[in-house]
Design a protein around this ligand. Sequence first.
Ligand code: ZN
Length: 463
Amino acid sequence: MHCLFIEYIGQQLTTYCTENNVFVAVFAYLWLSLSREIYLTTRQLNVYRSAKLVPKELRPDFDLKTFNKCIQYNSLRLRVWIVADVYHHLLTAFVLWFQVIPLLWRISDQLLPPLGFAANNELIQTLVFVTIGSLLSTIADLPISLYRTFVVEQKYGFNKQTIGFYAKDRLMKFVVMQTIVGAVIGAAVYIIQNGGQYFGVYLWLYSFAVTLFLMTIYPDLIAPLFDSFTPLPDGQLKTSIERLAESIDFPLKKIYVIKGSKRSAHSNAYFFGIYKNKQIVLYDTLFRDFHTNKRQKGTKSADTSESSSHQKMGCTDEEIVSIMAHELGHWYLSHALKYLAVAETVLLVYITLYSMLYQNEVLFSAFGFEDKRPVFVGLYLMFRFVFWPLNDLLWFAFMCLSRRFESGADAFEKSMKKGPHMRSSLIRLFMDNLGSPVNDNLYSAWNHSHPTLLQRLKAFKTD
Ligand SMILES: [Zn+2]
């Protein structure tokens, strides 16, 4: 009975999964996905458009001027985002329709002899293919990235980069990323080619090991390439954070301050490191002193922008400790471990699906690969296009999980009895970063990793 059912499913798949149908399904989903984005964005933009008054829950803290500034900033960001999204969808449609991926694969093949490698070396050809692909997508993305940084963020006083710094920073990130990605993909291709019938299991174990390895080396080897980490000087703030960490047995090794201000005025705080080697990182933009000193020195950084209307920026020491209580809540509730467990389970499902389909002729020919079936290209086509609806479902599930975790960390912060600083730190961070004060429910459900400001303030209030 069971076998008959599987046979039936198999037959149906061979009947309907023709080369043409697979392509049509992927192409149709592309437009469906774009329609969803346009619909949700329009809903959110309408909320911004009709927001004329400060919601009464925010009135004690927000004046109309700050509220309007938040609306204008978020509305501009969203309009740029939707233009970028339409552009990316059109680009993807072009790539699929004109079979750009098989073309890139052939070009990579032709580049092997001039680079000094034998033809038909799939491993090296894959690395060349990935490098060209990343380079093209970085270039295609450049106009939007430049507009975001030097027009949108500049206008609201967030951008702190010069064009020279931006270019150097981007280039360095590209080189570091390509080196890591190249090494990881190279080994994955080797495993798929040589792992025999259990290659899926090896691939999954390998991906798990790579994740742990990158998490281990990131703090000491990768992060310092981009930022300098200065230890937080002794004082009241350091003592308070250490006391907080001690009270919940958080294995705190060190507290650092990084110069987030060399890129952007947005503020942030987080911790990293695995097992017993935890380090807390605070952005310099988080401190009230940073903003006060800057004003006193009269640095001209963003004087042409609208940031001068920011009256009081940065957090007090008590507010920073309250923010840290939220961050440590994530650790106390094992959120990173839970994310890892979810991600590895999802990956196991994806790799199982991939190992069932990785040599499927129909899937390859649907994307223009007639005779060759390179393993990495198969991996890319499936994870990016064939599993697209699944990716979107997972995205939504991930957003729901993330909001749940954020509420959990907020509840933890509340249980640490941070009192009025909880509310003031949340509002301070929100104002300094010009968060979105009003939100459409559907847009928010799909896009927001945190509960909205109103939801968080309400949760802080109720017992
Ligand atoms: Zn959080």
